[in-house]
Write a protein that binds this ligand. Structure first.
Ligand SMILES: [Zn+2]
Length: 220
């Protein structure tokens, strides 16, 4: 979607967390280290939920209150993401049933993107704007497993920042994969749900045989 939205630009300029470029996309590549460290520094790392935990397998609730509680959640998510060495984290991965994800992820040019998206909606893009990319994918909620999964190499997500301002985020390469993966989480899907039966089984086997390098929430 390279859709532009003048209202959105105005809203973001009037108090958005991040600046907006002249095409209407949020600029999430400025001072990434500093911004990530600020979030993380205020947060507390929490254990990660894993496949089988019901919170990961249903659609999360929309964020409606952009308050201190949400700000604390976002900080905790950045702290948890760092502890688990992730490039993206959805709220239900720390057990919270809310549509918000954070990311700290490089794109196909190696540029580091850091940001927050509430109530994300993946935009349908015309075929000429996307090519399928056969990348390797993993998930903190399926620890130690990886699988090849073809996804479009360009993605656009519309949502809101943690203050409630409308934002549009776009990503290429690995970051495009991340935006799709994290949005999926908030609708109750893991990347292994997009694999063939056989590859899914293999991923679960890898998980069973591996030991996560971070704390996870045990399933009952
Ligand atoms: Zn994941």
């Amino acid at each position: 979607m390279a859709q532009q939205d003048t209202d959105q630009q105005t809203a973001a300029k009037a108090g958005g967390v991040l600046p907006v470029d002249d095409e209407g996309f949020v600029v999430d590549t400025e001072n990434p280290e500093e911004r990530e460290a600020a979030y993380r520094g205020r947060g507390t790392s929490r254990p990660i939920t894993v496949v089988g935990n019901p919170v990961l397998h249903k659609e999360c609730k929309d964020v409606t209150e952009f308050d201190d509680e949400l700000a604390q959640l976002v900080d905790d998510m950045f702290a948890s993401q760092r502890t688990a060495e992730g490039v993206g984290l959805a709220a239900n991965q720390i057990g919270v049933d809310k549509k918000v994800f954070v990311y700290d992820c490089p794109d196909d040019e190696g540029k580091r993107h850091v940001g927050v998206v509430c109530n994300p909606v993946l935009q349908d893009l015309p075929a000429e704007q996307r090519r399928l990319d056969d990348g390797n994918e993993g998930c903190l909620s399926v620890p130690t497993a990886y699988a090849e999964l073809a996804r479009p190499d360009y993605a656009v997500v519309k949502g809101q920042d943690e203050k409630g301002n409308p934002i549009t985020v776009r990503g290429t390469g690995f970051f495009a994969r991340c935006l799709q993966h994290e949005t999926d989480h908030l609708y109750g899907y893991l990347y292994i749900d997009r694999l063939s039966k056989r590859d899914r089984k293999d991923a679960l086997k890898q998980m069973e045989e591996g030991t996560p390098r971070y704390e996870v929430v045990p399933n009952d």
